[in-house]
Design a protein around this ligand. Structure first.
Ligand code: GDP
Ligand code: MN
Length: 381
């Protein structure tokens, strides 16, 4: 899950990282009121979950409250990289002398978090990494020891940060590490971290990604409320409500499987026979008819789906329950695509009988099932 700039900066602020004291507005009138309250020049910033908002015209300075209102109106009607702007952040305009990049992410290769900083901040850091990688200074963080002050100081030296800013830079780096660690983040980034005309460091932008696995086990109920449902797939939200692991893909064969390993195997076998899965869907162990029906509805709502493969290995999950779920869902939503079903394991015989009574055939092996469903999807195209 990605957090908006204003959410990330409010977390940064609560850890003591200096951030501007702005507020969020959803209408031009609110933007004007906030600008009045702040006084002086303000910056109006679109809150959308994508980078490069500045370049896209989604960040503009306003000299007075009237201008802030007018610019907010403009920005609130924009769509940036397909994302409609629904909120703007009104921050007091900063007096920027220098823009620095500072971020922490996971380095999977090193199996450790890594702190990265660059004096070439403000701009697209991926571009800096590509054109002049030597301008990015890195240090790995031992997850048990945490970021040590000497490490942050070495980074400051590596990027030629003037000595008078070291103390503040070290402190901000350490706090950013605490933010990252405490919130199970996979990214905590400040770009730009600016040096102001007054010689202070301040986080003007903020970006955080939170590990969804940490959220799904309930480690951060406070962050869960920050989820922007606007940007998430409606189908993925529905799946979450029914406790289904569902990921949309771009193929045309809908899959319903129990168990993550079997789901991946099923997708591989579909590909082996020249097909392409429309989703990953694990209904989990012990799924009853209701859950199966919910999964089925989600698959059927996808317009790309040309055929469906249901592959169930009945262990705790009972194949007759699955069959009942399929029949329930079919009576609720019209099934407009061919379906191939494979049931093996607990109560497979009863399940197959239920389906046979409803004039639905089943496949014996995964190979047979995959070949049939790929052929069905191809002839539908
Ligand atoms: P991004 O383009 O989505 O990364 O959005 P940022 O928040 O990083 O803003 C982009 C750029 O706008 C920054 O690098 C700054 O140069 C500029 N900017 C942002 N806030 C202010 C501000 O308060 N004052 C001034 N003068 N420029 C700002
Ligand atoms: Mn930025």
């Amino acid at each position: 899950m990605n957090l908006h700039e204003y959410q990330s900066k409010s977390i940064f602020g609560s850890y003591g990282i200096p951030v501007p004291n702005g507020k969020v507005a959803a209408t031009p009138a609110q933007a004007k009121a906030i600008a009045q309250e702040l006084g002086g020049r303000v910056v109006v910033k679109s809150q959308v979950l994508t980078g490069g908002r500045g370049k896209a015209g989604g960040i503009k300075l306003a000299n007075n409250p009237d201008e802030a209102e007018q610019i907010a109106g403009q920005i609130l009607s924009m769509t940036i990289r397909g994302l409609p702007v629904r909120k703007v952040l009104i921050d007091p305009a900063a007096n920027i002398k220098t823009e620095i990049y500072l971020g922490i992410t996971n380095d999977r290769g090193a199996r450790k978090p890594v702190l990265m900083a660059s004096a070439a901040g403000g701009v697209d850091i991926e571009e800096v990494a590509r054109v002049s990688p030597e301008k990015i200074i890195r240090t790995h963080i031992d997850p048990l020891m945490g970021l040590r002050d000497y490490q942050a100081r070495d980074v400051a030296i590596g990027m030629d940060l003037p000595r008078e800013h070291w103390a503040q830079f070290i402190q901000i780096s350490r706090k950013l590490w605490e933010v990252y660690r405490d919130n199970d983040a996979t990214l905590a980034e400040i770009n730009p971290l600016v040096i102001t005309g007054e010689g202070r460091l301040m986080a003007l932008d903020g970006k955080m990604s939170i590990d969804d696995n940490a959220l799904s086990v309930g480690r951060h109920p406070n962050l869960e409320t920050m989820r922007d449902l606007d940007v998430e797939e409606a189908s993925e939200i529905e799946a979450k409500q029914h406790d289904l692991s569902y990921i949309r893909l771009d193929g045309n064969i809908g899959c319903m499987v129990n168990g993550a390993g079997l789901a991946m195997t099923t997708m591989d076998v579909i590909k082996l026979f020249g097909g392409s899965p429309a989703n990953f869907l694990d209904i989990g162990g012990g799924a009853g008819p209701d859950k199966v029906a919910a999964a089925f509805r989600i698959i059927l709502k996808e317009p790309n789906v040309k055929a469906i493969l249901i592959n169930i290995f009945g262990g705790i999950t009972r194949c007759d329950d699955v069959a009942r779920g399929i029949l329930t869902a079919m009576s609720e939503v019209g099934v407009h695509v061919p379906m191939v079903i494979r049931l093996v394991g607990t109560n497979a015989k009863e399940g197959r009988e239920l389906l046979a009574n409803a004039n639905m055939g089943t496949a014996e092996t995964l190979t047979e099932a995959a070949q049939k469903v790929v052929a069905a999807a191809q002839s539908a195209n």
